[in-house]
Write a protein that binds this ligand. Structure first.
Ligand SMILES: NC(=O)c1ccc[n+]([C@@H]2O[C@H](COP(=O)([O-])OP(=O)(O)OC[C@H]3O[C@@H](n4cnc5c(N)ncnc54)[C@H](O)[C@@H]3O)[C@@H](O)[C@H]2O)c1
Length: 282
């Protein structure tokens, strides 16, 4: 099958998923709210394509064509799937999903939410059977496994179509049931929050927390460097989603994380979070 993707949201994840698709020869229409954001996204995707080539080797296919737009609707007639990667805000996602799903009969509408239950978002779409979750991780053009969330109303046809797309992107899907934070964010996000709390309480420095988790426990990246990679603003949004829906106090964002969001120190994407970075993309 020839795939044609619409990706909604040209931030960290939208650009990463677009890079992955282009590398596998899949054309993408990438949508965001302004031309300025889309111009920055194009530059970022060019860099990511080079990084992917260096780290993962040459692409197997001629690169897919990239189009950018401030509305998904003109491209919806020829799309084979929509992947939503806008901010982690249930209301914003509901609005965006409602608009595309009303215009896109019969193709999978996929949310890349990291914490909002798929079935909650299914209330806003035209056909809940078309909606499922794919939790690509960052950087999605390098990470081979994808957590796939099947909501209670997700249909067989959407699951099969998403499976076909992931196979074309050479990703390994692991299908889980729907719940706040699914598996990965339910485990990872409170752990990162605890790591920040440990720093806040003065038990250890940022560097030492990360060095212990990598050096003693074999994590590939320490939790606080991971927070910078995710984006601390997005991490805090997802922690609030988890806290609100589970009541788990470990998911209430700690003051250190909230302070970094207030100060605009969102991690790699702003050049500063727990660490400092030379290259800033947004
Ligand atoms: N950052 C990660 O590591 C990570 C990992 C897995 C999943 N996610 C999830 O992926 C989604 C995107 O996260 P991100 O880190 O890319 O966020 P981000 O803040 O980097 O980007 C979000 C983008 O959405 C755009 N946007 C907002 N409203 C929009 C609208 N109405 N239409 C189109 N675009 C709109 C913003 O302008 C922004 O460019 C979130 O649901 C997040 O929880 C993030």
């Amino acid at each position: 099958m020839d795939h044609q993707l619409i990706v909604l949201g040209a931030g960290v994840m939208g650009t990463g998923i677009t890079t992955l698709a282009l590398r596998h020869g899949v054309p993408v229409t990438l949508v965001d709210t302004s031309e300025e954001i889309l111009t920055a996204a194009r530059a970022r995707i060019a860099t990511e394509l080079r990084t992917a080539q260096l780290v993962a080797g040459p692409a197997e296919a001629d690169p897919g064509v990239l189009r950018t737009a401030t509305s998904a609707l003109p491209a919806i007639g020829t799309a084979t799937a929509v992947i939503e990667a806008v901010v982690e805000d249930a209301e914003v996602k509901a609005e965006v999903l409602a608009t595309v799903s009303a215009a896109a009969p019969g193709i999978p509408v996929i949310t890349n939410t990291s914490s909002i239950p798929v079935d909650e978002l299914a209330d806003s779409v035209a056909r809940p059977e078309d909606l499922l979750g794919t939790h690509f991780m960052n950087p999605s053009y390098l990470i081979p496994t994808v957590e796939v969330i099947r909501g209670p109303r997700t249909g067989e046809k959407a699951m099969a179509a998403a499976g076909d797309l992931l196979a074309a992107l050479r990703r390994k899907p692991i299908v889980v049931r729907d719940a706040p934070g699914f598996v990965t964010s339910r485990l990872l996000h409170p752990m990162i929050n605890d790591a920040a709390r440990i720093v806040q309480e003065g038990t250890a420095s940022v560097e030492d927390v990360d060095a212990l988790m990598t050096g003693c426990l074999g994590h590939p990246t320490g939790p606080l460097r991971t927070a910078d990679l995710i984006g601390i603003d997005n991490l805090v949004d997802a922690l609030w989603v988890l806290h609100k829906r589970t009541g788990d106090e470990r998911s209430r964002p700690c003051d250190l994380l909230l302070g970094k969001v207030r100060e605009g120190h969102h991690g790699r994407k702003t050049g500063r979070g727990f660490y400092e970075y030379e290259k800033v993309f947004s």
